[in-house]
Design a protein around this ligand. Structure first.
Ligand SMILES: Nc1ncnc2c1ncn2[C@@H]1O[C@H](COP(=O)(O)OP(=O)(O)OP(=O)(O)O)[C@@H](O)[C@H]1O
Length: 259
Protein backbone atom coordinates (compact mmCIF):
# COMPACT_ATOMS: atom_id res chain seq x y z
CA UNK A 1 0.00 0.00 0.00
CA UNK A 2 1.28 3.52 -0.79
CA UNK A 3 2.66 5.36 2.19
CA UNK A 4 -0.11 7.91 2.45
CA UNK A 5 -2.96 5.42 1.95
CA UNK A 6 -4.71 4.31 5.12
CA UNK A 7 -7.66 2.28 3.79
CA UNK A 8 -7.82 0.27 0.62
CA UNK A 9 -10.83 -1.60 -0.77
CA UNK A 10 -10.36 -3.86 -3.76
CA UNK A 11 -13.41 -5.20 -5.61
CA UNK A 12 -15.34 -5.48 -2.37
CA UNK A 13 -18.81 -7.05 -2.62
CA UNK A 14 -21.28 -8.19 -0.01
CA UNK A 15 -24.14 -10.61 -0.61
CA UNK A 16 -26.59 -11.37 2.18
CA UNK A 17 -27.48 -15.01 1.71
CA UNK A 18 -30.34 -14.78 4.20
CA UNK A 19 -32.51 -13.17 1.50
CA UNK A 20 -34.14 -15.40 -1.09
CA UNK A 21 -31.64 -15.84 -3.96
CA UNK A 22 -29.17 -13.59 -2.12
CA UNK A 23 -29.24 -9.82 -1.80
CA UNK A 24 -26.31 -7.89 -3.19
CA UNK A 25 -25.83 -5.03 -0.76
CA UNK A 26 -22.44 -3.80 -1.98
CA UNK A 27 -21.01 -4.49 -5.40
CA UNK A 28 -17.45 -4.27 -6.59
CA UNK A 29 -16.24 -1.29 -4.62
CA UNK A 30 -12.64 -0.31 -5.23
CA UNK A 31 -11.25 2.80 -3.59
CA UNK A 32 -8.48 4.12 -1.39
CA UNK A 33 -8.71 6.60 1.47
CA UNK A 34 -5.67 8.64 2.42
CA UNK A 35 -4.22 8.93 5.86
CA UNK A 36 -5.90 11.85 7.64
CA UNK A 37 -8.67 12.16 5.08
CA UNK A 38 -12.28 12.97 5.98
CA UNK A 39 -14.20 10.75 3.59
CA UNK A 40 -17.98 11.07 3.35
CA UNK A 41 -20.45 8.59 1.88
CA UNK A 42 -23.90 9.54 0.60
CA UNK A 43 -26.43 7.41 -1.22
CA UNK A 44 -30.10 6.46 -1.24
CA UNK A 45 -31.56 4.60 1.70
CA UNK A 46 -30.72 0.89 1.59
CA UNK A 47 -27.85 1.26 -0.91
CA UNK A 48 -25.29 -0.43 1.32
CA UNK A 49 -23.58 2.49 3.11
CA UNK A 50 -23.79 0.96 6.59
CA UNK A 51 -22.82 -2.44 5.22
CA UNK A 52 -19.67 -0.92 3.75
CA UNK A 53 -18.85 0.80 7.04
CA UNK A 54 -19.50 -2.39 9.01
CA UNK A 55 -17.09 -4.20 6.70
CA UNK A 56 -14.47 -1.55 7.47
CA UNK A 57 -15.18 -1.96 11.18
CA UNK A 58 -14.71 -5.73 10.90
CA UNK A 59 -18.30 -6.27 12.06
CA UNK A 60 -19.21 -7.87 8.74
CA UNK A 61 -17.12 -9.95 6.33
CA UNK A 62 -17.13 -9.12 2.66
CA UNK A 63 -18.29 -11.90 0.34
CA UNK A 64 -15.50 -11.19 -2.10
CA UNK A 65 -12.71 -8.70 -2.53
CA UNK A 66 -10.14 -7.37 -0.12
CA UNK A 67 -10.08 -4.75 2.61
CA UNK A 68 -6.89 -3.49 4.13
CA UNK A 69 -6.40 -0.87 6.78
CA UNK A 70 -2.89 0.18 7.58
CA UNK A 71 -2.11 0.04 11.29
CA UNK A 72 0.81 2.15 12.43
CA UNK A 73 0.66 1.60 16.17
CA UNK A 74 -0.44 -1.71 17.64
CA UNK A 75 -1.10 -0.15 21.06
CA UNK A 76 -4.04 1.79 19.59
CA UNK A 77 -7.38 0.35 18.48
CA UNK A 78 -7.72 -0.05 14.73
CA UNK A 79 -11.13 1.59 14.59
CA UNK A 80 -13.91 3.07 16.66
CA UNK A 81 -17.47 3.42 15.45
CA UNK A 82 -19.97 6.16 16.31
CA UNK A 83 -23.58 5.23 15.58
CA UNK A 84 -26.68 7.29 14.89
CA UNK A 85 -28.35 6.03 18.04
CA UNK A 86 -26.76 7.22 21.22
CA UNK A 87 -24.43 4.52 22.33
CA UNK A 88 -23.24 5.74 25.71
CA UNK A 89 -23.28 3.45 28.72
CA UNK A 90 -26.18 4.64 30.91
CA UNK A 91 -24.60 3.40 34.14
CA UNK A 92 -21.42 5.42 33.63
CA UNK A 93 -20.85 9.14 34.10
CA UNK A 94 -19.76 11.32 31.19
CA UNK A 95 -16.16 11.05 32.35
CA UNK A 96 -16.33 7.26 32.74
CA UNK A 97 -17.87 6.95 29.29
CA UNK A 98 -15.14 9.06 27.70
CA UNK A 99 -12.43 7.15 29.58
CA UNK A 100 -13.89 3.73 28.79
CA UNK A 101 -11.65 2.74 25.86
CA UNK A 102 -8.57 4.07 27.64
CA UNK A 103 -9.40 2.04 30.76
CA UNK A 104 -9.79 -1.08 28.62
CA UNK A 105 -6.31 -0.41 27.27
CA UNK A 106 -5.00 0.00 30.83
CA UNK A 107 -3.85 3.57 30.28
CA UNK A 108 -2.76 4.92 33.70
CA UNK A 109 -5.40 6.80 35.65
CA UNK A 110 -3.75 10.22 35.51
CA UNK A 111 -3.23 10.03 31.74
CA UNK A 112 -6.82 8.86 31.29
CA UNK A 113 -8.09 11.80 33.26
CA UNK A 114 -5.98 14.23 31.24
CA UNK A 115 -7.25 12.90 27.91
CA UNK A 116 -10.85 12.73 29.11
CA UNK A 117 -10.71 16.30 30.45
CA UNK A 118 -9.40 17.52 27.12
CA UNK A 119 -12.18 15.96 25.05
CA UNK A 120 -14.91 16.74 27.58
CA UNK A 121 -13.75 20.35 27.33
CA UNK A 122 -13.78 20.20 23.51
CA UNK A 123 -17.40 19.09 23.51
CA UNK A 124 -18.36 21.72 26.09
CA UNK A 125 -19.46 19.35 28.85
CA UNK A 126 -16.94 20.15 31.57
CA UNK A 127 -19.71 21.06 33.96
CA UNK A 128 -21.42 17.73 33.28
CA UNK A 129 -18.36 15.50 33.63
CA UNK A 130 -19.87 13.71 36.62
CA UNK A 131 -23.43 13.57 35.27
CA UNK A 132 -25.08 10.35 34.10
CA UNK A 133 -26.54 10.04 30.58
CA UNK A 134 -30.11 10.16 31.96
CA UNK A 135 -29.33 13.72 33.09
CA UNK A 136 -28.29 14.79 29.57
CA UNK A 137 -30.17 15.81 26.43
CA UNK A 138 -29.95 13.72 23.24
CA UNK A 139 -27.43 16.14 21.71
CA UNK A 140 -25.27 16.05 24.83
CA UNK A 141 -25.23 12.25 24.79
CA UNK A 142 -24.18 12.27 21.16
CA UNK A 143 -21.37 14.66 22.09
CA UNK A 144 -20.20 12.15 24.67
CA UNK A 145 -20.10 9.45 21.94
CA UNK A 146 -17.94 11.70 19.78
CA UNK A 147 -15.60 12.56 22.68
CA UNK A 148 -15.30 8.89 23.62
CA UNK A 149 -14.41 7.96 20.06
CA UNK A 150 -11.67 10.60 19.82
CA UNK A 151 -10.34 9.85 23.31
CA UNK A 152 -9.99 6.23 22.26
CA UNK A 153 -7.56 7.45 19.58
CA UNK A 154 -8.23 4.75 16.99
CA UNK A 155 -6.33 4.54 13.73
CA UNK A 156 -9.58 5.26 11.90
CA UNK A 157 -12.89 6.71 12.98
CA UNK A 158 -16.09 5.32 11.47
CA UNK A 159 -19.24 7.40 11.83
CA UNK A 160 -22.64 6.11 10.73
CA UNK A 161 -24.94 9.12 10.51
CA UNK A 162 -23.88 10.22 13.97
CA UNK A 163 -25.97 13.41 13.91
CA UNK A 164 -28.95 12.03 12.01
CA UNK A 165 -31.25 11.97 15.01
CA UNK A 166 -30.46 15.50 16.19
CA UNK A 167 -32.40 18.72 15.71
CA UNK A 168 -30.91 21.28 13.34
CA UNK A 169 -29.32 23.54 15.95
CA UNK A 170 -27.66 20.69 17.83
CA UNK A 171 -26.55 19.19 14.59
CA UNK A 172 -24.85 22.42 13.57
CA UNK A 173 -23.11 22.72 16.92
CA UNK A 174 -21.88 19.16 16.78
CA UNK A 175 -20.68 19.51 13.20
CA UNK A 176 -18.65 22.51 14.30
CA UNK A 177 -17.28 20.64 17.30
CA UNK A 178 -16.43 17.61 15.19
CA UNK A 179 -14.62 19.82 12.67
CA UNK A 180 -12.61 21.46 15.42
CA UNK A 181 -11.61 18.17 17.02
CA UNK A 182 -10.90 16.55 13.68
CA UNK A 183 -8.81 19.49 12.47
CA UNK A 184 -6.75 19.15 15.65
CA UNK A 185 -6.18 15.43 15.15
CA UNK A 186 -6.37 14.85 11.39
CA UNK A 187 -7.71 11.40 12.05
CA UNK A 188 -8.76 9.32 9.06
CA UNK A 189 -12.55 9.43 9.21
CA UNK A 190 -15.25 7.69 7.19
CA UNK A 191 -18.57 9.40 7.70
CA UNK A 192 -22.00 8.35 6.40
CA UNK A 193 -24.65 11.01 6.01
CA UNK A 194 -27.90 11.63 4.21
CA UNK A 195 -27.13 15.32 4.08
CA UNK A 196 -25.24 16.78 1.12
CA UNK A 197 -24.69 19.90 3.21
CA UNK A 198 -23.08 17.89 6.00
CA UNK A 199 -20.85 16.02 3.55
CA UNK A 200 -19.67 19.32 2.05
CA UNK A 201 -19.13 21.05 5.37
CA UNK A 202 -17.06 18.19 6.75
CA UNK A 203 -15.58 16.12 3.96
CA UNK A 204 -12.45 16.14 1.82
CA UNK A 205 -14.19 13.87 -0.70
CA UNK A 206 -17.73 12.61 -1.11
CA UNK A 207 -18.51 9.13 -2.41
CA UNK A 208 -21.91 8.93 -4.07
CA UNK A 209 -23.22 5.38 -4.07
CA UNK A 210 -25.72 4.02 -6.57
CA UNK A 211 -29.08 2.53 -5.63
CA UNK A 212 -28.70 -1.09 -4.52
CA UNK A 213 -26.61 -2.99 -5.31
CA UNK A 214 -24.42 -0.22 -3.93
CA UNK A 215 -21.60 0.63 -6.27
CA UNK A 216 -19.44 3.68 -6.63
CA UNK A 217 -21.29 6.18 -8.80
CA UNK A 218 -18.67 8.86 -8.45
CA UNK A 219 -16.30 10.41 -5.93
CA UNK A 220 -16.27 14.19 -5.74
CA UNK A 221 -13.37 16.14 -4.19
CA UNK A 222 -14.52 18.95 -1.91
CA UNK A 223 -11.95 21.64 -2.57
CA UNK A 224 -13.25 24.06 0.03
CA UNK A 225 -10.53 25.63 2.18
CA UNK A 226 -9.65 24.46 5.68
CA UNK A 227 -9.98 25.25 8.48
CA UNK A 228 -13.66 25.47 7.60
CA UNK A 229 -16.17 27.80 9.04
CA UNK A 230 -19.45 26.06 8.28
CA UNK A 231 -21.57 29.20 8.25
CA UNK A 232 -19.35 31.08 5.83
CA UNK A 233 -18.58 28.25 3.39
CA UNK A 234 -22.29 27.74 2.81
CA UNK A 235 -22.53 31.16 1.22
CA UNK A 236 -19.73 30.58 -1.28
CA UNK A 237 -20.37 29.94 -5.00
CA UNK A 238 -18.07 26.92 -4.81
CA UNK A 239 -20.26 25.31 -2.13
CA UNK A 240 -23.37 25.91 -4.23
CA UNK A 241 -21.77 24.44 -7.34
CA UNK A 242 -20.66 21.33 -5.44
CA UNK A 243 -24.10 20.99 -3.84
CA UNK A 244 -25.78 21.07 -7.25
CA UNK A 245 -23.29 18.63 -8.73
CA UNK A 246 -23.84 16.10 -5.94
CA UNK A 247 -27.60 16.51 -5.88
CA UNK A 248 -27.93 15.93 -9.64
CA UNK A 249 -26.05 12.64 -9.33
CA UNK A 250 -27.76 11.57 -6.14
CA UNK A 251 -31.26 12.43 -7.34
CA UNK A 252 -31.15 9.82 -10.10
CA UNK A 253 -30.14 7.16 -7.60
CA UNK A 254 -32.83 8.14 -5.11
CA UNK A 255 -35.43 7.75 -7.90
CA UNK A 256 -33.95 4.43 -8.95
CA UNK A 257 -34.02 3.19 -5.35
CA UNK A 258 -37.73 3.96 -5.17
CA UNK A 259 -38.68 2.08 -8.34
N1 LIG B 1 -27.59 -8.33 8.39
C1 LIG B 1 -28.29 -8.25 7.26
N2 LIG B 1 -28.91 -9.33 6.75
C2 LIG B 1 -29.59 -9.27 5.60
N3 LIG B 1 -29.70 -8.16 4.86
C3 LIG B 1 -29.12 -7.04 5.30
C4 LIG B 1 -28.37 -7.01 6.52
N4 LIG B 1 -27.90 -5.76 6.71
C5 LIG B 1 -28.31 -5.03 5.67
N5 LIG B 1 -29.04 -5.78 4.81
C6 LIG B 1 -29.63 -5.36 3.55
O1 LIG B 1 -28.59 -4.76 2.78
C7 LIG B 1 -29.06 -3.61 2.10
C8 LIG B 1 -28.17 -2.43 2.45
O2 LIG B 1 -28.38 -2.11 3.82
P1 LIG B 1 -27.56 -0.95 4.54
O3 LIG B 1 -28.03 -0.88 5.96
O4 LIG B 1 -26.13 -1.15 4.29
O5 LIG B 1 -28.05 0.33 3.72
P2 LIG B 1 -27.84 1.90 4.01
O6 LIG B 1 -27.40 2.51 2.73
O7 LIG B 1 -26.95 2.09 5.18
O8 LIG B 1 -29.32 2.35 4.35
P3 LIG B 1 -29.88 3.59 5.21
O9 LIG B 1 -29.39 4.83 4.54
O10 LIG B 1 -31.36 3.45 5.10
O11 LIG B 1 -29.36 3.43 6.61
C9 LIG B 1 -30.52 -3.43 2.49
O12 LIG B 1 -31.33 -3.93 1.45
C10 LIG B 1 -30.67 -4.27 3.74
O13 LIG B 1 -31.97 -4.86 3.77
Amino acid sequence: MDEDIRISLNNVSKVFASHESGLIAVHDVTLTIKDGEFFCIVGPSGCGKSTLLRILAGLENCSSGEVSIKATDTSRPLNTMVFQEQSVFPWMTVRQNVEYGLRMRRIPKRERARIADYYIGMIGLTQFANAYPCQLSGGMKQRVSVARAFANDPEILLMDEPFGALDEQNRLLLQQELLRIWEGSNKTTVFITHSIDEALCLGDRVLIMTARPGEIKTIIPVDLPRPRDIESIRTTPKYNALYQMIWLQLRDEVFRAKN
